[in-house]
Design a protein. Structure first.
Length: 146
């Protein structure tokens, strides 16, 4: 059952990569950009970013199976960038303020709540950097933080 769940979720996330690609093409990421992927699951967006860009990704998810799948994928897929997966919830995560150039929060804001989580996420961004998220109907929300 767990494998089937991940396969369904991954298929959905792979379908969203075209939107991520389009959003990324509209911003300028520095070389070796620091990216945080909140609720990374099995790493579909993180792997996409690390395959195509020289970036460093911190990928967090509380689900042990998802993180294990991501670790296996990191070992078998050639990447330009690096991914560090952590089995931890966002609320337990310790990180520096204004550390990330981009935050990927695919379904995270829907699950945890926009009003509760958005201020915490914004504090982790460097000035004039970006958040990429989507709502459950796949509408892209791009927020450029000043």
């Amino acid at each position: 059952m767990q494998v089937e769940y991940h396969n369904i979720r991954d298929a959905y996330r792979k379908g969203l990569l075209k939107y991520l690609s389009r959003a990324i093409s509209g911003i300028s990421l520095p070389e070796n950009a620091e990216i945080l992927d909140i609720g990374c699951g099995t790493g579909v967006p993180a792997l996409f970013m690390a395959k195509n860009h020289n970036v460093h990704i911190t990928a967090v998810d509380p689900d042990a199976t998802s993180i294990q799948v991501l670790k296996e994928r990191i070992r078998t897929i050639p990447l330009k960038g690096t991914i560090e997966p952590f089995q931890i919830s966002f609320s337990e995560m310790k990180t520096h303020v204004e550390h990330y150039d981009l935050i990927l929060a695919e379904g995270f804001l829907n699950v945890v709540g926009f009003r509760k989580s958005f201020p915490a996420i914004v504090n982790l961004l460097k000035k004039k950097r970006h958040i990429w998220s989507y709502t459950m109907n796949t509408k892209i929300i791009r927020e450029k933080c000043n």
